[in-house]
Design a protein around this ligand. Structure first.
Ligand SMILES: [Zn+2]
Length: 479
């Protein structure tokens, strides 16, 4: 076992031994159809129904020993184990009418039962070497350049992890460009995984424009092309459940974000999707205590970027008490404190991004504000028009957007004031509040958006979020 990966593996103590150890570097035959199939199958763990071959061709492939066959669900004395997602919790398995056990934990990727197998392709493909792939002409700031050098060095060396701790608006994406430029010059395969489909959609055009000659695919629940056969994959973390030892460079964006830090199968999948010699680059603005502990013990190398790319400090949230928020909302009204602030806004031409704890709150607040702000709408996780509404807000077709925490991170709007209603609610933990505050002041043309926490009593999360933002601003002044 590679020493650099040992603590990650200890955390989850799963059995990695099934990964075919006989993966060989081999050049596929010069048959375009075979090339396409190799690119599709390499580095994947697929069910029979996910392999686009008729039975005869499939049997030929199986008998030629090109496939490693792995039981999809294993029975142990202590219970069942899913080989796709690593689930071992008894209550997350169920039985089909014929008695076959299936895994409920990864059901969103298609049902997997004990009667099935996962197939791993033994041949590797040689990915193209792109010299000078990066066409981005921008210039990195000193802080970005420092982090970028470390990322490049990690990618060049491989077999190590690096945490990039960068404040919201530091320009993380651009910091990756020089390292990825090197990776593609070396013919490496790259994955950028992020917890949310919104972020995949936002990143795809930026990377396509920076690397126009590299094949890039976006994989998420609603993406049209799920083949995952490109050299560069941008995916939600769930999509990694279909990969095994595929990537030479694995970038995990927002490593602290829900659901990545709560669902053990996702770090398991991310770790497995990377080759043993891969560079693992973690990006975050708000590390969880687990990573902070690893940093303190010098087990996880870190590079800190405490300053936004435009050089202005992070907006510091202001607290305004609105003790009557819930009471007034029951009567379909907003607290006079909030209405007063809206009337007296310093810069009324900014768009308003309003965070509320629940979907129900979002609907009611939108209804109430629609009288004074005609172009207002709301979004939440299961809203079918979510992407469209976010795009319309970005195009300034809406003046205000009321949202649950789904927009707390990953999305950029150039000129917004950010309001949080009932900021003491339990959904707004310290990391969420720092991320929410980080939505303001993103553009160099308007770096000072206001952030207001309307609350019914200060919480520790609110106080700590402000302390952390002040601390980062202090560090940023030294860069
Ligand atoms: Zn599973």
């Amino acid at each position: 076992m590679n020493k650099k990966f040992s603590c990650f593996q200890e955390l989850f103590s799963y059995d990695y031994s099934w990964i075919p150890s006989t993966l060989e570097k081999a050049t596929p035959p010069p048959d375009p159809l075979h090339d396409h199939l190799s690119a599709f199958m390499t580095g994947k763990l697929l069910l029979r129904n996910e392999i686009p071959l008729d039975d005869e061709s499939f049997q030929q492939m199986e008998s030629s020993d090109l496939l490693a066959t792995i039981p999809a669900i294993e029975k142990h004395p202590w219970g069942y184990k899913c080989r796709r997602c690593g689930n071992r919790k008894g209550h997350l398995f169920a039985s089909l009418p014929d008695g076959a056990v299936y895994c409920r934990n990864c059901i969103m990727m298609g049902r997997i039962s004990e009667k099935e197998h996962l197939y791993a392709y033994r041949l590797d493909v040689q990915w193209p070497k792109h010299i000078g792939a990066c066409q981005w002409n921008g210039v990195l700031t000193t802080a970005q350049q420092h982090a970028s050098n470390q990322i490049l060095s990690a990618i060049d060396k491989g077999s190590l992890r690096l945490l990039v701790w960068a404040v919201c608006g530091a320009g993380k994406t651009e910091m990756l460009f020089p390292g990825l430029n090197l990776a593609f010059a070396q013919g490496k395969r790259v994955c950028l995984a992020t917890p949310r489909a919104d972020v995949v959609q936002e990143l795809l055009p930026r990377f396509r424009s920076a690397f126009p000659h590299v094949e890039i695919q976006a994989l998420h629940g609603a993406s049209n092309d799920k083949s995952g056969s490109a050299q560069f994959i941008i995916a939600t973390t769930h999509q990694l459940l279909r990969f095994g030892r595929a990537f030479d460079v694995m970038v995990i964006d927002e490593i602290d974000a829900f659901p990545f830090h709560k669902d053990k199968s996702l770090p398991y999948a991310a770790d497995r999707a990377a080759r043993k010699t891969a560079a693992l680059i973690y990006l975050t603005a708000t590390p969880r205590p687990k990573h902070e502990r690893e940093i303190a013990r010098k087990r996880l190398p870190v590079v800190f970027v405490p300053r936004r790319f435009h050089g202005h400090p992070l907006p510091v949230p202001q607290f305004i008490t609105a003790f009557d928020f819930r009471k007034t909302l029951k009567h379909r009204e907003l607290s006079p404190k909030i209405l007063h602030w809206l009337r007296k806004r310093v810069k009324a031409d900014r768009q308003l991004l309003i965070f509320v704890p629940t979907i129900e709150d979002a609907v009611i607040v939108t209804e109430i504000l629609a009288d004074s702000i005609p172009s207002i709408t709301s979004v939440h996780a299961s809203d079918p028009e979510r992407s469209q509404k976010i795009q319309f807000f970005r195009n300034k077709s809406y003046e205000a957007l009321v949202t649950t925490t789904i927009l707390e991170r990953g999305v950029t709007f150039p000129s917004v004031d950010v309001l949080v209603f009932d900021s003491g609610h339990q959904v707004f933990d310290q990391a969420a509040l720092i991320q929410i505050a980080g939505r303001a002041g993103r553009s160099p043309d308007d770096p000072d958006g206001e952030v207001i926490f309307f609350h019914q009593g200060k919480t520790e999360a609110m106080v700590k979020a402000v302390e952390t933002i002040r601390k980062m601003n202090k560090l940023g002044r030294r860069v």
